[in-house]
Design a protein around this ligand. Structure first.
Ligand SMILES: [Mg+2]
Length: 348
């Protein structure tokens, strides 16, 4: 093994409070993410940058990331700096241990950046994918209906808004947003609804022109998911219930779509494989994110062409993005830099 890695834990303030249905009260003003610097002793002048966003919901913290990373590095070995070498190393890291998506994501993303820089290729090209994907939506957290509507008005140029629901006032919130916003509305309950509640809300969601419903129920309630999907003209998308490729087969027949995130499945390599498998199984593919910086979002955007829906707004939710090099186009598509690797570097 010739690789070594250094993690840096960043605590980043959010531009505005971001609450979801199962967050602790008072949480949502800042986020914690982990930046990785990967070095290969054979190529001492090049540093690969990666990011993994630890989600306590899946049991990950910066400490668990640090604890499992030696196992993952051992699995990565000394990859050849080519597309084939990268893919093989990425698959070994993914298979080394179950779960720990953020730890894998930090390493896998840094590997893609490092090999891209060494091979002189942007990451999307190493993956054999086009640079452009669908436009991203913009996410709004739980708050008073008038507050959410005001925030919606401020981002009304986005083609879609993702609204967090599962709070006290879901319907008044959606009605208030619809009154000021004409674009697509996606709702995400983050496991916060009951089956009866969702069935009762559904006709009004259809009238309001909601485009999709994300993770209405607790993770294990695939039976509720299947029940609602059978009854719903809107696609239901699994997020918390769909972490790794192994989850896809269990979800066949239970919901129309799946939300793939690099921080859940383990980085751009696993995300590409999972998005392809999801499509082959007949799912509509959603590519999502946590509140990563533009470093992590650049890695996700490299795979965005494989998704029908894109929610890659992490850096847009931060008060300040510590990285530069990734631009959001006027059409709200991420514009990947035509530079080797991820094309992202630290702001001076
Ligand atoms: Mg979600």
């Amino acid at each position: 093994m010739t690789l070594s890695i250094r993690h840096e834990v960043l605590r980043l303030p959010l531009a505005q409070p971001f609450r979801i249905s199962r967050a602790d009260p008072g949480a949502g003003d800042e986020v914690t993410t982990v930046i990785a610097e990967l070095r290969d002793e054979r190529f001492p002048d090049v540093v690969g940058l990666g990011e993994g966003y630890p989600n306590r919901f899946f049991g990950e913290t910066p400490a668990t990331m640090a604890a499992v990373t030696p196992v993952l590095l051992e699995a990565a070995g000394s990859p050849e700096p080519t597309a084939d070498g990268l893919r093989a190393a990425s698959e070994r890291v993914e298979a080394a241990i179950r779960w720990h998506g953020a730890a894998k994501c930090a390493l896998d993303t840094a590997l893609h950046d490092l090999v891209g820089k060494l091979a002189g290729e942007p990451v999307h090209r190493l993956l054999g994918l086009p640079a452009e994907g669908p436009p991203t939506d913009f996410s709004l957290g739980l708050d008073e209906p008038a507050v959410v509507a005001e925030r919606a008005r401020a981002v009304a140029g986005f083609p879609a808004i993702k609204i967090k629901v599962g709070g006290e006032a879901d319907l008044p919130t959606l009605e208030a947003v619809r009154a000021v916003y004409d674009g697509a509305l996606r709702v995400d309950a983050n496991t916060g609804w009951s089956l009866d509640g969702a069935r009762a809300l559904l006709p009004r969601l259809v009238e309001l022109g909601v485009e999709l419903i994300e993770q209405p129920f607790p993770v294990g309630r695939l039976d509720w998911l299947a029940d609602l999907q059978a009854f719903s003209p809107l696609p239901i998308v699994a997020d918390e219930s769909c972490v790794e490729p192994a989850d896809l087969e269990r979800l066949v027949g239970a919901c129309a779509g799946v939300n793939v995130k690099l921080a859940k499945c383990g980085g751009p390599g696993p995300a590409v494989r999972m998005l392809r498998q999801a499509t082959e199984l007949g799912f509509r593919a959603f590519l999502g994110c946590m509140e990563e910086t533009s470093l992590g979002i650049a890695a996700a955007a490299a795979a965005a062409s494989l998704a029908e829906w894109v929610d890659l707004d992490g850096p847009l939710l931060l008060a300040a993005d510590p990285f530069e090099g990734l631009a959001l186009g006027a059409d709200h598509r991420w514009q990947l830099a035509d530079r080797p690797g991820l094309g992202v570097s630290r702001r001076p």
